[in-house]
Design a protein around this ligand. Structure first.
Ligand code: BF8
Ligand code: SF4
Length: 654
C-alpha cells in the first residue's frame, strides 16, 4: 500500500491514464499530483479523533492526552464529528431538493417561464402516495398541494412527523424510527437541533449522538426523495436510453460543453439551448455542439436526454487536459476548485452558475430560473466563443469510449418486469431470488477517492458479483465507472454474468424485444446520487412483495470508493433502513472502538442494517455475497415457517 501511494497513476481508466502519461512533468497539476503531495495524511483526522469544534482546539487524542481540553473523550469526539459529516451530506442533498421544489412552486403559482410539468402521470402518482387528492383536479391544483407539503418537509417545527419518510418506507420501519426516537419532523429542524447538539459542551453520549446522526441521515433520504420525485415531474421520468461514455465522446470538430455538478434545473436547459444553437456553432466554424456530462449532473442528463458521460469525479481535471473541452458548466457539489487552474492553461472556460458555488477566476453566469433559456443561451455562446480560441496543437482526445444503455428509473424497471408479470412486476425479481436464479440485489453507489485506485474497486466487485448472479443496480460515480468500462451494455452480460443472471436478463430481453432499442445491460443505471431513493423504493417494493421488513430483503449497498459527506449520509440511511452497507474507504470512525462497534454491530442489532469496512475488492465481494446469502437463507426459513404455521405475521428480529 505504501508503494502504491507513491504512484501518480492511481487509476485504471485507460483514458485517464493516457492523459496522466501525456501531462507527466508538464507542470499541469491535478488531484493525482496533489494527493501525492499530501502524503502522509494526518492519522488523527483520518480516524476521527481530532476535534476542532471549539477554538481551544484542535484537540487530538494521543497516548499522552486521552481527553480533549474540555474532557471530551475519543468516543464523544468521533461521534460528534460523524454527526457533522452526515449533516453536511443532508444539507447538500436537501438544498438540491429544496431548489427543485421552489422551481415547481413558481409553476404551481402560474409563473411557468421556461419550465413546466413534463410528467403529469408522475405528479399524480406522487400526489396519491402522499395522500393528496387528484380526482377531478387540475395538474396545477395538485402540484400546489404537493409543493406545500414538500416545503413543510423542509421547514415544519410543529411536532408532526415527516410524511415523505412515512409514505415511502414499510410501516415496520416507521415503528422502529418512532421507537428509537429518530423519526424527524423536518430537514431544517433536524439540521439545527443536530448542530446545537454537537456544539461544545453539549451532548457527550456517543449512542445518543450516533442516533442523532441516523436521524439526520433520514433527512438526507427525505431531501433526496423529494429531489427525485419532483425532478421527474419537472423533466420526465427516465426510460431506457442509449449513449456512450468516456473521453472518446469529445469531438474534435464540435463545440464541446461539459455539464458538471448535480442540478438538472440548469443542465436540462443548457442541453435544450445547445440543441437549438447549431447554426451559431456552424457560423463559428464548428460542425455543431455536443453536450456531455461529469458527475451527477451528467447522470441526470444521461438518464433523461441520453447525453454521454465524459468522465466521473476523480478525472474531472483530466478531461480539461485533453484541450478539447470548450466550456465546463458547473452548478453545485463535487466540483474541484482545481478545474479553474487547469482551464487557464487551455482555452477552456469554467462557468459557475450558482450563488453557493463560485470559483475565483471563473466566468459567473447568475443562472436565474425566471430567465432560464436566456441564461442557458448565454452559457452556450461563451462555449462557442471559446471554441474559436481552441488551439488544435493542444488537442489530444483519448480514443476510449463504450456503449451505454441507461435510464432505468423504478418505473422503467417495473415496465420491463411487467412484460413478464403484468399483475405483479416486482414478483419477477422475488421469484428469481426464491428460485435461486438470482443471489440478491446489490446497489453500487458513491464516489471516487484517491485513497483507493480510481475505478478499480467498482469494476472488480461488480464483475465478481455478476459472476455470482447478483442483480446489479448503480447510481452516481459508481455508475460513471460502469459506463466508461462498458459494463452498462449487453456485451457485458455475455462476458461477465453468471448463468442465473444471464437467464434472468435474457428473459427480460425476450419479453420486451418489441419495445427495446438495445438489449439490456449487465448493470441497471438508476440515476444520480439523489436517485438512490429510486433504489430504496425497489427495496421497499421487494419487502412488500415478500411481506417482510426491509432488513430481511437480500439487498446490499456498496460504496467502494466513497468520498463525500453525502456518501456518509447515504450510507447511514441505508443502514437505518435495514441494509448491509459495504464501504471501501473507512470513514473517520475507528479512532473510537466504541463508535466503530456501534456502526458495525449495534446498528445491526437495532436497525438490521450495518456497515462493512473493506478496502480489498475481492474481499469486499466475498463479504457482500456472504451478507446476501445469509439473507436469502433466512428468507427461505422465514417463508417455510410462515407456511407451516399459516401465519402472515412478520418477525421483528433479524
Ligand atoms: O452525488 S458519487 S463524487 S458526483 S458525491 Fe460526488 Fe460522490 Fe460522485 Fe454525485 Ni454522489
Ligand atoms: Fe477540544 Fe473540547 Fe473544544 Fe473539542 S470541544 S476542541 S475537545 S476543548
Amino acid at each position: 500500500m505504501a508503494e502504491k501511494k507513491k504512484d501518480r497513476n492511481r487509476t485504471i481508466d485507460p483514458a485517464a491514464l493516457e492523459v496522466l502519461a501525456k501531462t507527466e512533468g508538464s507542470g499541469l497539476e491535478s488531484c493525482f499530483d496533489r494527493y501525492l503531495n499530501m502524503q502522509p495524511q494526518c492519522q488523527y483526522g483520518n480516524t476521527g479523533i481530532c476535534c476542532t469544534i471549539c477554538i481551544q482546539g484542535p484537540c487530538r487524542i494521543t497516548k499522552k492526552a486521552s481527553k480533549g481540553i474540555c474532557g471530551a473523550t475519543a468516543y464523544t469526539i468521533v461521534a460528534r464529528n460523524l454527526v457533522r459529516h452526515v449533516l453536511g451530506g443532508t444539507a447538500a442533498h436537501s438544498d438540491h431538493g429544496l431548489h427543485t421544489t421552489l422551481v415547481l412552486k413558481e409553476i404551481a403559482e402560474g409563473h411557468e417561464g421556461d419550465y413546466g410539468i413534463t410528467d403529469s402521470a408522475k405528479l399524480k402518482r406522487v400526489a396519491e402516495r402522499m395522500a393528496i387528492a387528484t380526482e377531478g383536479r387540475s395538474d396545477r391544483e395538485i402540484l400546489k398541494d404537493l409543493v406545500d407539503l414538500a416545503l413543510q418537509e423542509f421547514g415544519r417545527i410543529d411536532g408532526t412527523y415527516s410524511q415523505w419518510i412515512e409514505k415511502t418506507v414499510v410501516p415496520q420501519r416507521v415503528e422502529k424510527f418512532m421507537d428509537c426516537n429518530i423519526m424527524p419532523y423536518s430537514v431544517h429542524r433536524t439540521i439545527s437541533e443536530s448542530m446545537a447538539q454537537t456544539h461544545m459542551g453539549m451532548d457527550a453520549d456517543p449512542v445518543n449522538l450516533v442516533f442523532q446522526a441516523l436521524k439526520a441521515a433520514l433527512c438526507d433520504y427525505l431531501g433526496m426523495h423529494i429531489a427525485t420525485d419532483l425532478s421527474d415531474i419537472l423533466f420526465g421520468t427516465p426510460t431506457p436510453v442509449v449513449s456512450e461514455a468516456n473521453m472518446g465522446v469529445l469531438e474534435e470538430k464540435m463545440v464541446n460543453i461539459a455539464l458538471h455538478g448535480h442540478n438538472p434545473v440548469l443542465s436540462e436547459m443548457v442541453v435544450k439551448a445547445a440543441r437549438s444553437m447549431t447554426d451559431e456553432a456552424k457560423a463559428a466554424g464548428a460542425e455543431g455542439i455536443k453536450c456531455m456530462g461529469i458527475c451527477c449532473t451528467g447522470n441526470e442528463v444521461l438518464m433523461r436526454q441520453g447525453v454521454p458521460p465524459l468522465t466521473n469525479f476523480l478525472s474531472q481535471e483530466l478531461a480539461i487536459m485533453t484541450g478539447a473541452v470548450d466550456a465546463m458548466v458547473v452548478d453545485i457539489q463535487c466540483i474541484m476548485p482545481g478545474v479553474q487552474a487547469v482551464s487557464e492553461c487551455f482555452h477552456t472556460k469554467i462557468i459557475t452558475t450558482m450563488p453557493s458555488a463560485k470559483i475565483p477566476g471563473s466566468y459567473y453566469v447568475d443562472f436565474d430560473e425566471a430567465h432560464a433559456m436566456e441564461k442557458a443561451r448565454e452559457i452556450v455562446r461563451i462555449a462557442i466563443a471559446a471554441y474559436k480560441e481552441r488551439n488544435p496543437a493542444k488537442v489530444s482526445i483519448p480514443q476510449f469510449k463504450n456503449k451505454v444503455v441507461a435510464g432505468f428509473s423504478l418505473e422503467a424497471m417495473s415496465d420491463l418486469l411487467g412484460a413478464i408479470n403484468p399483475e405483479s412486476p416486482i414478483k419477477v425479481i422475488t421469484d428469481a431470488v426464491d428460485a435461486g436464479e438470482l443471489a440478491g440485489v446489490c446497489l453500487f453507489a458513491g464516489c471516487n477517492n484517491l485513497k483507493v485506485m480510481h475505478d478499480e474497486s467498482h469494476s472488480t466487485i461488480a464483475r465478481e458479483l455478476a459472476r455470482n448472479n447478483v442483480l446489479l443496480v448503480a447510481t452516481g460515480c459508481a455508475a460513471g465507472t460502469f459506463a466508461k468500462f462498458g459494463l452498462l451494455n449487453s456485451d457485458a452480460v455475455e462476458q461477465y454474468a453468471g448463468d442465473g443472471l444471464k437467464a434472468f436478463i435474457n428473459r427480460l430481453n425476450e419479453a420486451n424485444k418489441d419495445k427495446l432499442q438495445e438489449k439490456l445491460p449487465l448493470i441497471f443505471h438508476m440515476g444520480s446520487c439523489v436517485d438512490n431513493t429510486r433504489c430504496y423504493d425497489l427495496v421497499t417494493a421487494l419487502a412488500k412483495q415478500w411481506n417482510v421488513d426491509t432488513p430481511k430483503v437480500p439487498f446490499v449497498a456498496s460504496a467502494p470508493e466513497a468520498m463525500s459527506e453525502k456518501a456518509i449520509s447515504i450510507g447511514s440511511w441505508c443502514v437505518t433502513l435495514g441494509m448491509p452497507v459495504h464501504v471501501g474507504v473507512v470513514p473517520p470512525i475507528p479512532g473510537s472502538p466504541l463508535v466503530d462497534g456501534i456502526a458495525l454491530q449495534i446498528a445491526h442489532d437495532v436497525y438490521g442494517g450495518y456497515f462493512m469496512w473493506e478496502e480489498d475488492p475481492q474481499e469486499a465481494a466475498k463479504k457482500i455475497l456472504g451478507a446476501l446469502e445469509q439473507r436469502t437463507w433466512k428468507l427461505r426459513v422465514h417463508r417455510m415457517a410462515q407456511q407451516k404455521y399459516e401465519t402472515e405475521s412478520i418477525s421483528a428480529t433479524w
